[in-house]
Design a protein around this ligand. Structure first.
Ligand code: GTP
Ligand code: MG
Length: 584
């Protein structure tokens, strides 16, 4: 995960220069090369296009998207190019193997091109004229993949200075750029929308993710010809941010299914196989072998780690050519189903993704989440919290999982390892919400809701969409929607939860102050969402916390309550900025 929002304080003087003339984002959009121009380019991102959430086009089912993308990836190759290359000549050269449907360039340890042919046969044709390099003193492992290196036979054959090909960015905007964008936005709603558009996966990045899975599938396919490597998690659930990891699932379930019904008569033919004592051991053995293959001859696969004793065994590696940090698991069908469920929630209402992105960014900026596993809240848990909160609105913005299950028909029925994973898969049959609350209100209420949530006795449960008594004593209990006896946030410690609560209260309080004294457009301070991403006063005061009579969170809670009940001025500066006087 990339670290959006980290180090924002150091940017304050630059970003605080907010001119009333330049503030509206559409004015920035007219200036090519500006941050906002980059964002406009990225507005064509996969998240909204795929789900059709921004317009009236029918929304695609998750399985349809996966199928189309997978097929697209199988017609695609990845080519490492010389740094200076004529795009026109490059395309002409490749067109010898068949028409090209799409292509783009990007940089990652050199210049790369992703080229999608119209037909799969073109890939085989290109492979048939490709040679294995002779490396002189080193030896090459002659693995024929869809990752190629294009060399210039005679550099003099190229124009002396070919124009630099336009490169597509695969990284999120820098903290500075993001902060600048937020300061220029017109309203808090606009800020949330801007953050979403600036950091969501682009169409190209999504294609690169499916291509990377497809390349790994080629390696696994050497042993298991009918296997599929499918992306899951934030790469496909519509909550992915540029720079997020690539979760892959080696799907072996399809193997043998097709041949089974072909056998007829009195005979039944079976493969001879090795038996092992449990599914888990089978998973470990398979992943161990695939991990070894990736390590030994997977082009661009580096830093391969086999983490086979984890609850969910996995192989972790970096895919250099795409720049993705990859986690490969197998036997993880429930996680794929969770991704489908989140995809549905993300597509049902355009406010969902905007809110989730902002909450995730806020959490990252305050180190509530981390790319390293530990006692922290995960992005997955935060997404569940936002969904739960939106189910609790009146009228609800999102339906409960039980409701989605009630809408399911016979085709949707899905039981995985004894767990009920049934819900309606056709998004177009789910009625939109009548709730018209703004994103600004929702963000504020989110912080208030969880700033005051009875975590000590209640559990979060998106299946029923209501608070329930906690079945166990973990500080934070978020029920796994499918394996309902499990808590997805069991790892979170009391102190991490308290940090979340403190920050939520402080953020609610800041937004309340800004409500009363909205900063004028000519103000020279960060405002709205940008303020919330600045380092917290509660945090910086936490070292001194023990010396005080009451914890900071209590004082902020009391302040918030007194502001709400009396409408009196709180002890703040006029803009409700993080000068925050949390001292009682
Ligand atoms: P990023 O932080 O952007 O990578 O979000 P993510 O949703 O991809 O999270 P992560 O990479 O940690 O996990 C990938 C997927 O695994 C999630 O989307 C879930 O479907 C599933 N998952 C993650 N953590 C848990 C957990 O604690 N319990 C269960 N049941 N599934 C989990
Ligand atoms: Mg992930």
């Amino acid at each position: 995960m990339a670290a959006l929002g980290v180090g924002l304080l150091t940017l304050l003087p630059v970003c605080a220069r907010r001119s009333p003339v330049l503030r509206p984002i559409h004015r920035l959009l007219s200036r090519p090369g500006t941050v906002a121009a980059d964002v406009r380019r990225e507005e064509q991102s996969s998240g909204s296009v795929e789900t059709g959430s921004e317009d009236q086009t029918p929304k695609k089912r998750f399985s349809e998207v996966q199928k189309e993308r997978r097929e697209q990836a199988q017609r695609t190759v990845l080519i490492h190019c010389p740094s200076k290359i004529s795009e026109k000549k490059f395309l002409k050269y490749l067109s010898q193997h068949g028409p090209i449907h799409n292509h783009f360039f990007y940089e990652s340890f050199g210049l790369y091109a992703v080229v999608e042919f119209c037909q799969k046969e073109s890939v085989a044709s290109l492979q048939s004229v490709t040679r294995t390099p002779g490396l002189g003193t080193e030896a090459a492992i002659p693995f024929r993949s869809r990752c190629f290196s294009l060399k210039l036979r005679s550099p003099s054959g190229q124009p002396s200075e070919p124009a630099r090909v336009p490169c597509n960015s695969q990284s999120p905007p820098s903290s500075k750029k993001l902060f600048e964008l937020l300061c220029y936005a017109e309203s808090i709603d606009d800020q949330l929308d801007t953050l979403l558009k600036a950091s969501q996966l682009t169409e190209e990045n999504t294609r690169l993710r499916y291509l990377t899975c497809s390349l790994i599938e080629d390696v696994a396919g050497a042993y298991f010809p009918d296997c599929a490597v499918r992306p899951f998690g934030s790469s496909v659930n519509s909550f992915g941010k540029l720079g997020c990891d690539l979760d892959m699932f080696l799907d072996l379930d399809e193997i043998g299914k097709f041949s089974a019904h072909k056998t007829s008569g009195n005979f039944l033919m079976e493969f001879q196989v090795k038996n092992v004592p449990s599914e888990r051991i089978a998973t470990q053995k398979i992943l161990s072998v695939i991990g070894e293959c990736l390590d030994q001859f997977g082009p661009g696969c580096v830093g391969v780690q086999k983490i086979l004793n984890a609850r969910c065994p996995l192989v972790r590696f970096s895919h250099q050519a795409s720049g993705f940090q990859c986690d490969l698991t197998t036997n993880n069908r429930i996680a794929l189903k969770s991704s489908e469920l989140l995809y549905i929630y993300g597509a049902l209402d355009s406010r969902v993704r905007a809110l989730v992105f902002s909450v995730r960014c806020w959490a990252r900026a305050h180190s509530l989440t981390s790319s390293i596993p530990g006692a922290w809240i995960t992005n997955f848990s935060l997404t569940m919290m936002v969904i739960f909160f939106l189910q609790r609105r009146s009228p609800p913005i999102l339906p409960t999982l039980d409701y989605l299950e009630n809408l399911a028909d016979a085709e949707d029925k899905c039981i995985i390892e004894g767990h009920n994973c049934t819900f309606i898969r056709d998004l177009n049959r789910i009625k939109p919400s009548e709730n018209t609350e703004t994103l600004e209100l929702l963000l504020k209420e989110f912080f208030e809701y969880f700033g005051n949530f009875a975590f000590n006795k209640n559990s979060i449960n998106i299946r029923q969409g209501r608070e329930q008594n906690k079945p166990e004593s973990s500080p934070l209990h978020i029920q796994n929607p499918f394996e309902t006896s499990l808590n997805i946030s069991k790892n979170v410690t009391q102190s991490q939860l308290q940090k979340f609560v403190d920050l939520a209260r402080e953020s609610a309080w800041i937004l309340h102050q800004q409500d009363k004294d909205r900063p004028s457009p000519s103000g020279n301070q960060p405002w709205g969402l940008a303020t919330l991403l600045l380092p917290s006063v509660t945090n910086s005061l936490s070292l001194a916390k023990k010396k005080r009579k009451k914890p900071a969170s209590e004082r902020i809670k009391n302040l918030l309550e007194s502001i709400k009940s009396s409408g009196a001025e709180g002890p703040t500066d006029t803009n409700g900025k993080r000068t925050v006087s949390t001292q009682a």
